[in-house]
Design a protein around this ligand. Structure first.
Ligand code: AP5
Ligand code: MG
Length: 191
């Protein structure tokens, strides 16, 4: 089993690259953002509760996403490992993931952090707004808030992973294929 965190700010390409990596390396792609949007689309009570938090670009409570991830890990069969996209987002979520994997005789093998310039992040998300229909892409103030929340609450995870010796920075600028090539090179070393 190989378990990887695909990390980076909103718009850095986590989702785009995770889909491609999951296919190439036969890994299971777990995106808490996608899971939460599926709850909203299905009109569940949880989805209804989370939608206003998400449309402001704030984080949903840790316990909500921790439970979602634990369920997915336990119900996924025959996978060679997990690609975590948009999770963990706080140090508390990282500690919970560590514990969860440990209890199942697994660990986080690597954290690949996509580095993208601020203006490029905003440009990509503004461009996507019409296509995605995501309320958090529609307003540049919300996009900026998502980037601020990342810096404040999510970036501290980098130090936590650096201390564990699993942090790897990856240039996230350029074409989707170029970035995929860089990520795949790191992945090959882990497989
Ligand atoms: P989430 O769904 O995780 O969104 P995000 O982190 O804001 O990031 P995005 O999905 O917008 O960007 P991405 O890095 O995946 O980039 P993508 O590949 O799409 O979270 C949404 C919300 O859910 C959060 O704000 C929070 O409320 C809640 N949430 C989720 N997880 C949570 C958690 N663990 N804890 C608490 N709350 C949580 O690319 C973006 C665009 O750029 C696309 O259009 C793509 O086609 C384009 N693009 C990609 N690469 C390139 C490239 N190289 N060149 C040009 N364009 C590119
Ligand atoms: Mg995404």
């Amino acid at each position: 089993m190989v378990n990887i965190l695909i990390f980076g700010p909103p718009g850095s390409g986590k989702g785009t690259q995770s889909v491609k990596l999951a296919e190439k390396f036969n890994l299971t792609h777990l995106s808490t953002g996608d899971m939460l949007r599926a709850e909203i689309a299905a009109g569940t009570e949880l989805g209804q509760k989370m939608s206003s938090i998400m449309s402001k670009g704030e984080l949903v409570p840790d316990e909500v996403v921790i439970e979602m991830i634990a369920n997915k890990i336990d119900t996924t069969k025959g996978s060679s490992g997990f690609l975590f996209d948009g999770f963990p987002r706080t140090v508390a979520q990282t500690v919970a993931l560590d514990k969860m994997l440990n209890e199942r005789k697994m660990k986080i093998d690597s954290m690949l952090v996509l580095e993208v310039e601020h203006d490029e992040l905003v440009k990509r998300l503004v461009l996507r707004a019409d296509l995605s229909g995501r309320p958090d892409d529609k307003d540049t103030a919300v996009i900026e808030n998502r980037i601020d929340v990342y810096k404040e609450k999510t970036e501290p995870i980098i130090n936590y992973c650096r201390e564990k010796g699993i942090y790897q920075s990856v240039n996230g600028m350029g074409t989707i294929d170029d970035i995929f090539g860089r990520l795949a090179d790191y992945m090959k070393k882990l497989m």
